[in-house]
Design a binder for this molecule. Sequence first.
Ligand SMILES: O=C(O)CCC(=O)C(=O)O
Ligand SMILES: [Fe+2]
Length: 433
Amino acid sequence: MDAFVSRKRRRVEEGQKPTVAPALVPLPNNTPQEEEPTDFKLALLASLHPSLDETTLLEALLASEGSVEQAAKCLTSPRKRRAPSTIGYQSSLSVYRIAPQGSGPARKSLVRKGQTLYLYSPQDIEAHTPCSIIHNFLPPQQADALLLQLMEEAPTYQSLEFKLFDKVVWSPHTFCFYVNSLVEAEEQKTEYIYDGRQVEDVRQSTPEMLKACPQVEDAVNREIQRRIRDFYPGRKKLKYQSPQPWKANTAFVNCYDGPKENVGFHADQLTYLGPRAVIGSLSLGVAREFRVRRILAEDDTHRKIDGSLADAQGQISIHLPHNSLLVMHAEMQEEWKHSIAPAQAIDPHPLAKNKRLNITYRFYKDSLHPKSTPKCNCGVPTVLRYGCGFFQWAEFDEDGEPPWASKVTANIEQISKEPSPAESPTTQPNDET
Ligand SMILES: O=C(O)CCC(=O)C(=O)O
Ligand SMILES: [Fe+2]
């Protein structure tokens, strides 16, 4: 059963066969089934007997007192299938009527702790994770041009410790930080603090990254609205989620060179994104597995001894092929963790060879510029959720704006009304406004 719909987490060893499509692995005889929910059992039976309808399968299951093995024997003998040797595609879980997560009343978890469920179709991904995916997102030639531009940049990327959310993740991959203009790059280098430090290498987005920006913005905004309409209680945005259109004004570009490069489980820093942040993540080159797992809510009593939040359930693996846009929705960063798993094997990409390039487009809020956020006792701008000894509850209104947001907006409006330096030769470049 484990190897069928999901499988136990195990160490990645070289030479192991690539992951096979879950629905194509035969059911072993000696697997315990007592604790599996009926949905799972039906899914198993349905894949052994694809021609039978759900009522028949359910009746067989009931007659066999819940034993899938017994039910499978009662039904006509299953068609023998061979496991494929490369990554395959699964038909939608929705045909098995497995209940989605995150909408309506609490449901039994789809995947148990210690197991991984592999999802491929957009319908399954959005029903069971806080993400939605658009395959073949950019016109193919545009995706290739973007990939080639990033491939030129990637050899100069650095590998750093990633300070993410509440712990340091050492990430064996390289990455770089981009913003849309040189002015913003300078601002990032001098005014923003990451993990108590300034970042030196902030680059202006490449022309192809800038070209894709409005396409990503449109798609992400559409997906946000669809998520609200189809998944959120009362069809309302979440508390603290911004009602404003999402904008892509910063981007991390990640490069994974070969199957071993990966990034560990983490949630992204919310300091400049604010609560309920949405991120648009464009994958190019080699297809890799994006794993997500839900952590228990903050007010749960299930904290681990080290104070971190315990996992609520097993992992879900989302297949990210070339030119796919994954939208991490508002509930993602605070309730889930994500990672790029090391791969057992990869299919080389015609242009990228063994590399995967990924752009996570993000929206830094003006109201969370370090000029405006509280500083700790050492004078360092505070981070959301993490700091030195200094601690202050972050306050946000329903729309995720801090108490000083209206002042920031007024300042920005004022600046945009003033003549630009080019029009006004008396204005000094460093004037405080
Ligand atoms: O490579 C990816 O898809 C995810 C990267 C990531 O988690 C990040 O940039 O924070
Ligand atoms: Fe991340």
